[in-house]
Design a protein around this ligand. Sequence first.
Ligand code: PNS
Length: 156
Amino acid sequence: MSRAVFPGTFDPPTNGHLDVIARAASAFDEVIVATGVNQSKQRLFSVEDRVAMLTEIAAPYENVRVGTFDGLLVDYCRAEGASVIVKGLRSGGDYDYELQMALMNRKLSGVDTVFLPTAAENAYISSSLVKEIAKLGGPVEDFLPPAVHAKLLAAL
Ligand code: PNS
């Protein structure tokens, strides 16, 4: 059985993340969407809020569940029996950053990383940009699942 972990901050989850969830759900027997508990980054949403949003948007996919991790991603993969990490790629910049982590994670643990190129219509979406636009009063409903959009407006 193939079990994959799709890790991220998901602050908040976007249409780009949802696209990766859907495609990973088709590619692997089981997918764990795992949000990091790391406190070093400034977050808009608590880990509980991020888990709730991810659980809601992943609900249509029976083979997807949501988890949290603290510490090394490869330790979480090992604990969950996952042999693959899934990452979405939007650009060459993403690739340069992600390739280094993928190589390091494989060296540390043998866990391999599979990259899914983002759908073209999501290539310019990032959680950070969406938050910035929303905070400044701009429209962001095109970039977020409806349930997440409502929670983002409520959080501002
Ligand atoms: O949403 P992001 O910022 O792309 O998520 C990055 C994340 C959480 C996937 C990455 O920072 C991560 O894997 N952190 C866990 C700590 C770890 O394992 N560090 C070593 C990476 S080689």
